[in-house]
Ligand binder design. Structure first.
Ligand SMILES: Cc1cc2nc3c(=O)[nH]c(=O)nc-3n(C[C@H](O)[C@H](O)[C@H](O)COP(=O)(O)OP(=O)(O)OC[C@H]3O[C@@H](n4cnc5c(N)ncnc54)[C@H](O)[C@@H]3O)c2cc1C
Length: 452
């Protein structure tokens, strides 16, 4: 682990923070508007030195100091009442492509950069990162130290797997540089830390030559949960990566089958306007929580996956908007998970009249445990599927009640793993974050409850 002494907070204590500092007790909300926080101080650093000054000045920037990017997260992860909320959104430069110390082609990017910006920038150079999820607004810093899921073509379908170097500010305000090749286990652990070990300011992310994708979209209805599972596994076997949107109470599903389409960075003109019509409909469906949007079912569509990393507008208070829960299960459990979730959903619907709009289902290849030591995907080599119920109104009390009760089933009965940044209504014991990853300067009460 290298110290970087470009700025020592201990010798520059009198230097002011150059970026925006708001200490007027303003409220901040997440994308879905159902999580709000009133920090004592909100800051938008414009340099790494700003981040260092904030962390090292506990009198002006009260503990805990917690980083955020685009504040999309659905849980209380952004909540830091009375502390210091640090938004990295203005540190969003893409600094270039380079060859790292062990010969890999990597992109150097700042923590506040959004994934759409990064994917588009790489596309122009005919390279890509394997992780190309639907969410273009998420920031690099958040997904480098947090949980993500994506039915990727080749390679693990979570962003942090592709991060090979990190520059961060530690709990005393020093700038540190760590990498997989120089720091081994400590580096892999840092990537499971949700910002509790330090505030990421810059990442090196491995790239590969850009590839095209061929997509087939179809819809299927089934008689029983077992036949639904058979349908999912059959569709998965026919392609290189499957994303399914399951309507569990109706035993039906959309299937998006992705096949490797060979080298290429740009959607061929011959695929238009079909490709853009599909993209725009899919984007709107996600924005609205899949409520009331008809999505086309193209067959054999050749396209760049970077085009499908989308941007979403900040919804108004009365607008339909995506809200979801995230659970990871081993694929060996798929029949049990779907059968028991189906029975639970039908019983809940009979009792209350409510069922989630659907369930997003991603399949993710897991690496060696040494590369993902804690949390989601830490089960060692294998395949996971995420089975994520969603709704179009995060404020709906029945959706919230469904999610609370379903946590018991999915986590404690079905053995699923949950995410502190993507699974709502977690309580102590639902998730464990190793205490050694957390520094008190960065640990909010929300995260403190999960340390063990
Ligand atoms: C419409 C929509 C669609 C989505 N689709 C997907 C999807 O397809 N796949 C998927 O995986 N997720 C998806 N998500 C979830 C989203 O990707 C995650 O919640 C992501 O973490 C959001 O990034 P952010 O920058 O908004 O994080 P924020 O909410 O700003 O921050 C979340 C947490 O990340 C950590 N963090 C943030 N910045 C830093 C930093 N610089 N250093 C260290 N730690 C930091 C902190 O713990 C922080 O609390 C979706 C969300 C929405 C609202």
């Amino acid at each position: 682990m290298k110290h970087d002494h470009r700025f020592s907070p201990h010798t520059s204590e009198l230097s002011p923070v150059q970026g925006l500092v708001v200490a007027q007790g303003k409220r901040y909300a997440n994308w879905g508007r159902h999580r709000v926080t009133t920090p004592a101080v909100y800051a938008e650093p414009v340099s790494y030195a700003d981040v260092q000054r904030i962390v090292s000045d506990a009198a002006r920037f009260p503990t805990p100091v917690s980083p955020v990017g685009s504040m999309l997260s659905v849980t209380d992860t952004i909540v830091n009442d009375g502390g210091t909320l640090v938004s990295l959104r203005k540190l969003d430069e893409i600094l270039g492509i380079e060859t790292d110390a062990i010969g890999r082609t990597v992109v150097r990017v700042q923590a506040g950069c959004r994934l759409k910006k990064l994917n588009t920038w790489l596309q122009a150079l005919s390279v890509e990162i394997p992780f190309q999820a639907e969410i273009g607004e998420a920031s690099v810093g958040s997904v480098a130290a947090g949980d993500t899921k994506e039915s990727s073509l080749d390679g693990p379908g979570y962003f942090s797997a592709h991060v090979v170097g990190i520059t961060y500010v530690d709990e005393v305000g020093d700038l540190r540089i760590i990498s997989d090749h120089a720091d081994g286990a400590a580096f892999q652990e840092f990537k499971c830390s949700f910002g509790l070990s330090g505030i990421i300011v810059e990442c090196l992310v491995a790239t590969r030559p850009a590839t095209l994708c061929r997509t087939d979209v179809s819809f299927g209805a089934h008689e029983t949960p077992q036949l639904l599972v058979a349908g999912l596994l059959e569709k998965r076997a026919q392609c290189d990566a499957l994303l399914a949107i399951v309507f569990l109470d109706q035993l039906a599903s959309f299937f998006e089958q992705r096949h490797k389409g060979g080298p290429g960075a740009f959607t061929p003109a011959a695929s238009q306007p079909e490709c853009d019509a599909f993209r725009v409909a899919k984007r709107l469906a996600i924005q609205y929580g899949f409520d009331g949007v008809e999505v086309p079912q193209p067959q054999g569509l050749i396209h760049s996956r970077a085009d499908f990393v989308n941007e979403y507008w900040r919804p108004g208070a009365d607008e339909k908007r995506l809200d979801f829960q995230y659970y990871e299960h081993d694929i060996a459990q798929i029949e049990r998970v779907i059968a028991e979730s189906h029975a639970f959903t039908i019983a809940f619907k009979e009792e209350t009249g409510f069922a989630p709009g659907g369930w997003a289902t991603y399949f993710v290849t897991r690496p060696e445990q040494a590369q993902k030591p804690f949390g989601i995907y830490s089960g060692g080599p294998g395949v996971s599927f995420s089975f994520d119920p969603f709704c179009s109104n995060p404020a709906d009390p029945l959706w919230q009640e469904f999610s609370r009760r379903y946590n018991q089933l999915a986590i404690h009965r079905l053995g699923g793993r949950a995410s502190p940044i993507q699974t709502q209504w977690l309580t102590k014991g639902d998730v464990i974050i190793p205490r050694k990853l957390a520094r008190s300067r960065f640990t909010t009460p929300y995260f403190a409850q999960f340390l063990g």
